[in-house]
Design a protein around this ligand. Structure first.
Ligand code: NAI
Ligand code: MG
Length: 355
């Protein structure tokens, strides 16, 4: 089966790392005989905005719907366009309109990268954070009353629907079931948030009934955050609501070293809409244009995309290639964020050769 991929480089280093990600994907596709086609789009960038007065064309949804996946770089150039305009006008539209209700981030310590946590070795940190990406604490329901008076009051509601909670839990259980440790950790706060979080816990228990082979535990979000730092080796798949997942999905990759290597996926598991794969990092205006951005986050996104498209062997080959190049620790190849003197192209080329 052929897969068509929309490539959206965006801004800054997004335009430098996405072509390398595409080259790596082409190498894996050739080795595993996968039919991938790519089409580039210039929207969802600040230059597009300056020319057209909006981040996306009016018919963006029709343009992108026919693709199997979106391979995205990064968006944002705060000196040209305010961040809330560029992000809300592009990435957040994709997540919402394409019902990408899973935000998936691997937290894996790679060889040759020093964890900021004392004495952690590769193999000791290797888990996923599964974040609910469409509802929960990030509802726009609420308001402000008695504005400007001493009685001024603001409120914002958390919304959890059975469909919304169950579908993210199901995804997390399915993922846990496929991994060797078969372990799922749920982030809760039912001791303090007395309506929505007990409901979340109740749905975890109910879904566990369908997955007896998965071991489940739960932590309140405060001690869970502490345990990410103290005992990252305890975790395999961690599932969380939108807000808790937002926090954990930055904390997790932070425990594994440089931001330049971390990937993420915004997934619509049913495939009704394309899913979107993007590195965790942004457009890095401070190093943009120098050709020294680390391409690993973007290349790893390609591996996640192949997993999602059902080519797990090819995804694994990309990840193995990244690991083998990092393990060699050649300073002539590694980019400056990894304490080397290599360029984006040098590091990508080494990985492509390894693939
Ligand atoms: P950033 O991730 O772009 O940069 C933070 C720091 O990490 C910078 O010092 C940068 O040089 C470094 N860095 C990031 N990626 C790197 C890589 N691949 N290789 C080497 N070093 C790397 O975050 P920042 O500076 O807060 O945001 C810059 C712009 O990016 C803003 O407009 C922001 O809104 C946008 N942004 C977009 C995201 C997205 O498209 N999903 C995510 C985060 C930020
Ligand atoms: Mg975040």
């Amino acid at each position: 089966k052929a897969h068509s991929i929309a490539v959206i480089p965006g801004d800054g280093i997004g335009t430098e790392v996405t072509p390398e990600g595409v080259r790596a994907l082409k190498a894996a596709a050739e080795r595993f005989n996968i039919d991938l086609t790519f089409e580039d789009f210039d929207f969802a960038s600040c230059d597009y905005y300056l020319e057209h007065g909006q981040m996306l064309p009016d018919d963006w949804k029709a343009k992108l719907s026919r693709f199997d996946a979106i391979f995205f770089g990064a968006v944002g150039m705060p000196e040209k366009v305010p961040d809330h305009v560029s992000l809300w006008g592009s990435l957040l539209q994709f997540r919402r309109e394409f019902d990408q209700y899973i935000n998936l981030r691997p937290c894996k310590l790679m060889p040759g990268i020093k964890s900021p946590l004392a004495d952690r070795q590769p193999g000791e940190i290797d888990f996923y954070v599964v974040r609910e990406n469409t509802e929960g604490e990030y509802s726009s329901i609420g308001g402000k009353i008695f504005e400007g008076t001493p009685r001024e009051t603001v409120m914002q509601e958390t919304v959890m629907t059975r469909t919304g909670v169950d579908r993210v839990l199901k995804y997390a259980f399915e993922l846990a079931r496929k991994r060797p440790r078969r372990k799922l950790t749920s982030a809760t706060k039912s001791n303090g948030i007395s309506i929505t979080m007990p409901y979340w816990d109740e749905r975890v228990k109910a879904m566990h009934g369908a997955y007896p082979e998965v071991a489940v535990d739960q932590f309140h979000i405060d001690i869970l955050a502490a345990n990410f730092v103290l005992h990252p080796d305890w975790f395999d798949v961690v599932v969380a609501s939108n807000l808790f997942g937002d926090i954990l999905s930055d904390l997790g990759p932070a425990c594994t070293g440089t931001i330049g290597v971390a990937p993420s996926a915004n997934i619509n598991p049913e495939g009704d809409f394309p899913s979107l794969f993007e590195p965790v990092h942004g457009s890095a205006p401070d190093i943009a244009g120098q050709g020294v951005a680390n391409p690993i986050g973007q290349i790893w996104c390609g591996a996640m995309m192949l997993d999602h498209l059902g080519h797990e062997d090819a995804g694994k080959a990309i990840l193995d290639a990244i690991e083998s190049v990092l393990a060699k620790a050649d300073p002539g190849v590694l980019t400056p964020d990894l304490k080397g003197q290599g360029t984006t192209r040098d590091l990508a080329q080494a990985i492509i050769e390894a693939i």
